[in-house]
Design a protein around this ligand. Structure first.
Ligand SMILES: [Zn+2]
Length: 141
């Protein structure tokens, strides 16, 4: 199949930064002297607002991740946003990384709770055995 794309040889590189120049110009949009600072600023503000709008998750939804059910709901929201195109792949990766950190914290909390329960059970068992005369304090290692 022949390459039907227009040759790019007529397209120049920016004289200042070597990015692609705008068509009919020797500069990229950032360095184009015909684009005013006000226009550049306005475009950056629009871009910032647009990229914030892309985010489909409400902030309170993220703050309310307290258990595995919440974490699952959060993960499904990110996947749905990814499929719908409202979450960009790099945003999804960052959100999944945050989700994994939360999962790790939840696991640590679980280990701490289990350790406390095991410790309490050991204490109860030792007291019961001692009161029955079956176990001396010195037996505990
Ligand atoms: Zn440039």
């Amino acid at each position: 199949m022949p390459n039907t794309r227009k040759p790019t040889s007529d397209r120049r590189r920016c004289k200042k930064c070597n990015r692609w120049a705008q068509f009919g110009s020797e500069y990229c949009w950032d360095h184009d002297p015909t684009v005013s600072d006000e226009e550049k600023h306005a475009a950056r503000v629009r871009g910032g607002k647009a990229s914030r709008k892309v985010h489909p998750l409400a902030l309170d939804e993220i703050e309310d991740i307290a258990d595995t059910t919440d974490l699952k709901r959060f993960t499904v929201s990110v996947i749905k946003g990814l499929v719908a195109g409202t979450v960009k792949p790099n945003q999804a990766r960052a959100l999944f990384t945050g989700g994994k950190v939360l999962k790790d914290v939840m696991e640590l909390q679980l280990y701490e709770q289990l350790a406390e329960r095991v410790s309490a059970l050991e204490g109860d068992t030792a007291k019961r055995l001692e009161s029955n005369g079956e176990w001396q304090i010195s037996d505990r290692s």
